[in-house]
Design a binder for this molecule. Structure first.
Ligand SMILES: [Zn+2]
Length: 677
């Protein structure tokens, strides 16, 4: 026992982190203990006098670093949800230490020799499917992180890895600063057109931040997008949009542009040290796409029809402006506003009318209900479990026989110090090796908090986001593998969005809406006519959405699929956009200076295309339920669970998909889903 709760066994229910006992300054000490422990565990493997066996090397490696995982998972979750200056300082200090630590492991010659010896005779080892794949992936991962490098190249690799982690951490912190430090101050009269909940949130922000004017917005995506689609003040939309798309691009200490140039150059140098032509070649090797050309081909296949559709949409929006006597050309800051008007006139779909039926609480129930119908899960709210913030709710997840499956945390509301966007993460992954552990999974969102007289109401997009992240959560919670590194969402990035995106399909199905979309004041179920209109408007503005997404994906891809790095990212981005014929009225969903997916870490670098790749799977995958004639078809759901949600990375994802569907994915399903055929 030590005085540091992070280092003790947790005697809390389900061994959950004892959040209330943890103080920020304890992380420093906890990390240094956990790092030393992990080093000792690695040393025990390499100094083992016995010849390498699967058990004394691979199993031992899988079991090593448990304490570091424990401490790290609490730390990294808190830096995302409740960042403070103290945590940010610590984060800048810890990130390079961790990188040094893991680089030293991957460059450890004795350790690699043992893994290699096993890999070389894997045929003789009588391994099951999961073990054989684990051995192959472990060996590959050593090679991909420099294990075969020698001399100067080896030292340079280690240096690059450390510098990259510093730059990526700084990049993320700069975006957070630009999003939360910026305040767009407004008078009451400036709120014309806005829904009541946005007005209330703007007043609350002004109060919290003590601004001169009575209302204020930060640059969090959700509040900016609401303002852009609702505000009747064209001048203010323009001002806010300009600030939004310039995040990370302000000269001064939060300027991300010089960081990007360095990150790209170092990534390229790393790839070439490891023997790859470009960083994209390196990055895509272990993915479903495998080759950059395969990912590029999919993006190109979609780009032309998306652009054509966006041009039709632009013309329709311009007609609307002209019809109203507005004497101006549609600009980027007008798109969302006029798209909402058009949606209203074409489909009689009014976001405020819709939101009245999407109470957060009922939509959470809807997500749980689908999980019960598909996977036989039950969710029981527990008030006695430790949580890291009073806004967080805890659920125990059980199967139909009452057996414990997982703990699920829902952290739904925006607050200061929380990164923008939505994500799934975990405090513990599932594994069986050395004793079964069940997972502890969290979904984090940035929805508006309820007020005393109004529940939290969601937009259509937010309902989809809720289901998306819950799909990731199910991937974590249903995991049923032996080895920790194969667990849950530890799959290639172009596969990992499949379980999340396919789950979105259930959100807006009439079977679900009829049951859960109830008016927050009257309790009346959503009228069938409104459900029909939602279904009819399914592909509305899909050209805009696809172009906005693909432009980001293509820029990310092209910046990394070249043998050199651009000197100046702004010019490189502009060049790429010109080459692809980007319409002036649409701005990339994420411009490079705030493209956290790509530059705040490596996992989605040259990998933003993954969402699209997974979308071919979800469009085609959900069609399996439609073909079965029941969106909860038991047999299809069982296959989806066996080969996808519970399977982690046990099997090559191309094979896993084929096992679920009985064949490979049909790309045409994606074009049909988007309404491009
Ligand atoms: Zn996702």
């Amino acid at each position: 026992m030590t005085a540091n709760p992070l280092l003790n066994d947790w005697s809390t229910p389900f061994a959950l982190p004892p959040f209330s006992q943890i103080a920020t300054e304890q992380f420093r000490d906890a990390f240094s203990h956990a790092l030393r422990d992990h080093e000792a565990e690695i040393a025990a493997i390499t100094s083992n006098p016995e010849a390498p066996t699967f058990a004394n090397t691979i199993d031992a490696l899988e079991l090593a670093g448990r304490k570091l995982n424990k401490v790290g998972s609490v730390f990294w979750n808190l830096t995302g949800t409740d960042s403070t200056e103290e945590l940010r300082v610590l984060e800048r200090e810890i990130s390079p230490q961790l990188t040094r630590h893991f680089t030293a492991i991957s460059l450890n010659p004795e350790l690699f020799a043992r893994v290699s010896a096993l890999y070389d005779r894997c045929e003789d080892l009588t391994l099951d499917e999961e073990q054989a794949r684990l051995l192959e992936l472990t060996h590959k991962s050593f090679v991909r992180t420099g294990a075969k490098l020698e001399g100067e190249a080896r030292a340079r690799y280690a240096q690059i890895a450390e510098t990259l982690s510093e730059l990526e951490t700084q990049f993320a912190q700069n975006i957070l600063a630009d999003e939360t430090d910026f305040l767009f101050e407004l008078e009451e009269a400036d709120l014309a057109g806005l829904a009541d909940d946005i007005k209330a949130a703007a007043a609350q922000t002004a109060k919290d931040r003590n601004t001169a004017k009575p209302c204020a917005l930060t640059l969090q995506r959700s509040s900016v997008e609401s303002f852009l689609s609702q505000s009747t003040r064209r001048d203010l939309r323009e001002e806010l949009f300009k600030a939004f798309v310039a995040r990370g691009e302000h000269a001064g200490k939060t300027d991300n542009r010089p960081l990007i140039a360095q990150i790209l150059a170092l990534r390229q140098e790393k790839a070439s040290l490891l023997g790859y032509k470009t960083f994209a070649d390196y990055k895509l090797e272990p993915t479903m796409a495998h080759e950059p050309s395969a990912a590029a081909a999919l993006m190109e296949k979609l780009w032309t029809p998306a652009l054509r559709r966006a041009e039709e949409e632009r013309a329709a929006l311009q007609d609307l402006i002209d019809g109203e006597g507005g004497n101006f050309a549609l600009a980027a800051h007008d798109w969302r506003y006029y798209a909402e008007k058009l949606r209203l006139s074409r489909y009689a779909l009014d976001q405020a009318e819709l939101a009245a039926y999407f109470q957060l609480e009922s939509m959470i129930d809807a997500a749980f209900y689908c999980a019960e119908k598909l996977f036989d899960l039950r969710f029981e709210r527990r008030f006695d479990l430790p949580v890291y913030h009073t806004d967080v709710r805890a659920y125990e997840v059980k199967d139909g026989h009452g057996r414990h499956v997982a703990i699920f945390y829902g952290d739904y509301f925006a607050r200061a110090g929380k990164r923008s966007g939505a994500w799934m993460s975990g405090f513990r992954s599932q594994k069986k090796l050395g004793g079964e552990e069940r997972p502890v999974i969290v979904n984090v969102m940035n929805f508006l908090k309820p007020t005393p007289d109004r529940p939290s109401l969601l937009t259509l997009t937010e309902v989809i986001t809720l289901f998306h992240e819950f799909g990731h959560a199910l991937h974590g919670m249903l995991s049923d593998v032996v080895y920790p590194s194969m667990s849950g969402t530890s799959t290639p990035t172009d596969f990992v969005e499949f379980p999340s995106q396919v789950y979105e399909h259930w959100a807006l199905r009439p079977e679900v809406l009829q049951k859960f979309a109830k008016h927050f004041e009257t309790g009346a179920p959503m009228p069938q006519a409104l459900i029909d209109r939602i279904v009819a408007a399914r592909c509305f503005n899909q050209g805009f959405g696809t172009v906005e997404f693909l432009a980001s994906a293509l820029v990310d891809f092209k910046l990394h699929w070249r043998p050199d790095a651009p000197a100046e990212v702004g010019a490189a981005e502009a060049d790429i956009l010109e080459t692809i014929g980007m319409p002036a009225e649409i701005v990339m969903r994420h411009r490079s200076p705030h493209f956290g997916h790509v530059f705040a870490g490596e996992s989605y670098a040259a990998g933003y295309y993954s969402y699209l790749w997974s979308e071919t799977l979800d469009a085609d995958g959900f069609a399996a339920f439609e073909e079965a004639g029941d969106i909860f078809d038991r047999e299809t759901a069982k296959k989806l669970r066996d080969y996808v949600y519970s399977a982690g990375n046990r099997r090559d994802p191309n094979a896993a998909y084929a096992a679920f569907r009985g064949r490979g994915p049909d790309v045409e399903a994606l074009l049909r889903k988007k309404g491009f055929v």
